[in-house]
Design a protein around this ligand. Structure first.
Ligand code: ATP
Length: 361
C-alpha cells in the first residue's frame, strides 16, 4: 500500500498534526513553515542530518519548546499552549534519564506517584508495562545493575506507564552497540504494534529508519524533503538530497538534448518533466545494486574493476567507466552473483532505463 492509500484508508485519522511551525534560536532559523501529519497508530520517523531540526520539532510536540508560529494538534485538539504534563505524551531520550539510585519499579512508578495514583493502581500498571517490555523479573534491580538495553527498556516502560496518547522517541538507541540496537528496534516495533500507539521517532540513522518506520519524513535544514514509505523514499527519491541521504547511490553526469540523454555512451529517452528546450541541466543517479556487470562485449558500455569487496551478502565493486569523465568512479553491488569479477578486469555495464533517476543539476 502506498502513502496515499494509507491516508485514504477509512480507519486512518491524524494522531499528531503540526501546522506551519516556525522556530528560531536567536538568528538561527531552525524550522520554517514545517507541517506534518502523523497518522494515529503509526510509527513515523523523522530522519535527517545532524542539526536539521528533528529534536526541535519533537520538543515542540512535547511542549518542551514553544514554537514562534504555527500550531500543534493531538487527535484534533489544539495543544500548542498546553503544558507538557497536560499533553499526556510519553518521551524517551537517548540518555534514558533514569534515576540511578532507584530500582526499576520506582523508576517506572515515578510518574504515577507524581500524579498521586493509588498504590494498588501503581502496582498493577507497573507490572503490566514490565511485562510489555519483558522485564518482569527485574523490578527490584537498581538501574546501575542493568545492561544498556535493559535500561532502555526501563525508559520505555516509564514512558508507557502513564498510558500516553503518543510516544516521542529521540535517538533512543544511539548509546547501544550495533547488535543490541538491531534487537531493540524490533522490540520497539513489537511494542508499538501491540499497543497500537502513535510514535514519532527521531533518528539520523537511515538504516534504523528504514527498518522500523511505517513512514519516513526526510528533513533537510528545517524543511520536509519527502514523506513516504521506507521503500518509496529509497526507490523513488523526489530530490537529489533524499537520493543521496538514503542508501548508497552513484551520481553520474549525463549529456542531455531535448528528448533524450546519454549515459556512458548509451542513449535513453528523457522523462517528460525534463524534456523541452530551456530546461536546467540534469544529473543521473543509479543505485549500486541496479548496475549489472557482465562479461565485456563491444555492444555495451564498459568499465575497469578497480576494487572488489566482499561484504557478506553481496560483492561490492569500485569501477572506472571507460570513455567517461576522467577519474570518475562508480560503485556496483551484486547480490548472489553468477560470476565474481576480479580487480583489473574489464566488464560490461548494464543499466535499465527504469533504474536511472534524473535530478536537476
Ligand atoms: P541532531 O541529530 O544532531 O540531534 P537535530 O536535527 O535534532 O540534530 P536540533 O537539535 O533540532 O537538530 O537543532 C537544530 C539547530 O538548532 C541546530 O543548529 C542547533 O544548534 C540549534 N539549537 C537547538 N537547540 C538550541 C538552543 N536551545 N539554543 C540555540 N540553538 C539551538
Amino acid at each position: 500500500m502506498g502513502t496515499e492509500s494509507i491516508a485514504a484508508a477509512a480507519d486512518v485519522t491524524t494522531g499528531i498534526r503540526l501546522r506551519n511551525i516556525s522556530k528560531s534560536f536567536g538568528k538561527t532559523r531552525v524550522l520554517e513553515n514545517f507541517s506534518l501529519d502523523v497518522y494515529q497508530g503509526e510509527l513515523c520517523c523523522l530522519l535527517g542530518p545532524s542539526g536539521c531540526g528533528k529534536t526541535t520539532a519533537l520538543k515542540i510536540v512535547d511542549g518542551l519548546l514553544e514554537p514562534d508560529n504555527g500550531q500543534v494538534f493531538l487527535e484534533n485538539q489544539d495543544i500548542t499552549r498546553l503544558s507538557p504534563q497536560r499533553r499526556k505524551l510519553g518521551m524517551v531520550f537517548q540518555n534514558y534519564a533514569l534515576f540511578p539510585q532507584m530500582d526499576v519499579f520506582e523508576n517506572i512508578a515515578y510518574g504515577l506517584r507524581r500524579r498521586k495514583a493509588p498504590a494498588s493502581d501503581i502496582t498493577n500498571r507497573v507490572s503490566k508495562v514490565l511485562d510489555i517490555v519483558r522485564l518482569a523479573d527485574y523490578e527490584r534491580r537498581r538501574v546501575y545493575e542493568l545492561s544498556g538495553g535493559q535500561q532502555q527498556r526501563v525508559a520505555l516502560a516509564r514512558a508507557l506507564v502513564i498510558e500516553p496518547r503518543a510516544l516521542l522517541l529521540d535517538e533512543p538507541l544511539s548509546n547501544l552497540d550495533a547488535r543490541l540496537r538491531a534487537d531493540m528496534r524490533q522490540e520497539i516495533k513489537r511494542i508499538q504494534r501491540h499497543l497500537g500507539i502513535t510514535m514519532v521517532y527521531v533518528t539520523h540513522d537511515q538504516e534504523e529508519a528504514m527498518s522500523i518506520a511505517d513512514r519516513i519524513v526526510v528533513m533537510n535544514q528545517g524543511e520536509v524533503e519527502q514523506i513516504g514509505l521506507p521503500r518509496e523514499v529509497y526507490e523513488d527519491p523526489k530530490t537529489r538530497f533524499v537520493a543521496d541521504f538514503i542508501g548508497r547511490i552513484n551520481f553520474i553526469p549525463v549529456e542531455r538534448n531535448s528528448s533524450s540523454f546519454r549515459m556512458f555512451g548509451n542513449s535513453y529517452t528523457l522523462p517528460g518533466e525534463f524534456s523541452g528546450a530551456g530546461h536546467t541541466d540534469v544529473i543521473g543517479a543509479v543505485r549500486p545494486e541496479r548496475i549489472r556487470l557482465t562479461r565485456d562485449d563491444a555492444s555495451m558500455p564498459a568499465a575497469l574493476v578497480r576494487d572488489v569487496f566482499f561484504i557478506g551478502a553481496a560483492v561490492r565493486y569500485r569501477l572506472e567507466p571507460v570513455d567517461s569523465t576522467k577519474n570518475m568512479e562508480i560503485e556496483a553491488e551484486a547480490y548472489v552473483p553468477e560470476e565474481v569479477f576480479e580487480k583489473g578486469q574489464r566488464v560490461g555495464l548494464v543499466i535499465e532505463p527504469k533504474d536511472i533517476k534524473l535530478f536537476p543539476k
